[in-house]
Design a protein around this ligand. Structure first.
Ligand SMILES: NC(=O)c1ccc[n+]([C@@H]2O[C@H](COP(=O)([O-])OP(=O)(O)OC[C@H]3O[C@@H](n4cnc5c(N)ncnc54)[C@H](OP(=O)(O)O)[C@@H]3O)[C@@H](O)[C@H]2O)c1
Length: 270
């Protein structure tokens, strides 16, 4: 049976990816800080469905231990889903330095380190698949998400480059670029003081898709042999095309809504 490591499997997109990979016959190695939630998921899926490894992806020692446990238990790693992520929301000049480091570690450094830890196994076998869950924010500036957006843009660059490097060894690299997805992501975001004091976001949110929709597309890409990018929903696809092909227009659009949001929140004069 093939084996998949899924980070951030305790909630949202990662939780649904784990369930769908199980249905496709994968043994699961689930990682997050909430060990009990991972164990609960494995109990629901049934005995022998996989193992749970308490992991803080911002710590290299935890990542090494995660891969060691996966190899010890199942011998091989067929799929790595780098899904764990955290937002950092608010005016950049209020952001705490310690949060900058943490958010870049979780969203960018951890996927790099985990990819490094599994790549040699995959290259030796001439097979494997690495999935990096980035964001539409990788394509366009999003005010109040400067650090998160930069980390996700870095993850996009890493994903595109790794795909070129690993293709010749039979290892696939899939980039995933969700827009607004109905998960705990917005509740779990680290917020600066101004962002904490506000009840609404300064930017309008787009249509929210379900984590199940995103997970289904990710798992389809894994099992169908895709070696490319995944976008979910026609509006997200349009937003990405606009950001790539009409960046000035796309930025003007965001700037307009940002200024309007600040005004409505009473943060700038009408
Ligand atoms: N929701 C959206 O609108 C949206 C849009 C674009 C991209 N994304 C990306 O999609 C991915 C999944 O997010 P989601 O929407 O499913 O959010 P979520 O429901 O908040 O899930 C985030 C997951 O990441 C894990 N995580 C966070 N920090 C971690 C750490 N230091 N170590 C280990 N695990 C950690 C959490 O587990 P524990 O708390 O148990 O550790 C949780 O399982 C993220 O990479 C996010 O950036 C989400």
């Amino acid at each position: 049976m093939p084996t998949a490591i899924v980070t951030g499997a305790s909630s949202g997109i990662g939780f649904e990816v784990a369930r769908l990979l199980h249905l496709k016959g994968y043994k699961l190695v689930l990682a997050s800080r909430s060990l009990e939630r991972l164990k609960q998921l494995l109990r629901e899926l049934g005995e022998g469905s996989g193992i749970a490894v308490k992991t803080d992806v911002s710590r290299y020692g935890d990542l090494r231990q995660l891969v060691e446990r996966a190899v010890e238990t199942y011998g091989e790693i067929d799929v790595l889903v780098n899904n764990a992520g955290v937002g950092l929301y608010g005016p950049f000049h209020e952001v705490r330095p310690v949060d900058i480091e943490y958010v870049v570690k979780v969203n960018l450094v951890a996927p790099m380190l985990l990819s490094r830890l599994v790549a040699e196994h995959m290259i030796e076998r001439g097979d494997g698949c690495i999935v990096n869950v980035s964001s539409l924010a990788a394509f366009t500036p999003v005010p109040w998400f400067a650090v998160y957006g930069a980390a996700k843009a870095g993850l996009k660059s890493f994903t595109d480059t790794l795909r070129l490097e690993l293709k010749r060894y039979g290892v696939r690299v899939i980039g995933v670029y969700p827009g607004y997805i109905k998960t705990n992501f917005f509740k779990n975001m680290i917020r600066t003081r101004t962002a904490s004091s506000m009840e609404v976001n300064v930017l309008p949110s787009g249509p929210e898709l379900s984590p199940r929709d995103v997970a289904a597309r990710i798992v389809d890409a894994i099992v169908s042999g895709k070696n490319g990018d995944v976008y979910v929903g026609i509006l997200n696809r349009l937003a990405k095309e606009a950001a790539v092909h009409m960046p000035k227009l796309s930025t003007m659009f965001i700037s307009y809504f940002y200024t309007r949001g600040l005004r409505r929140a009473g943060l700038i004069k009408p």
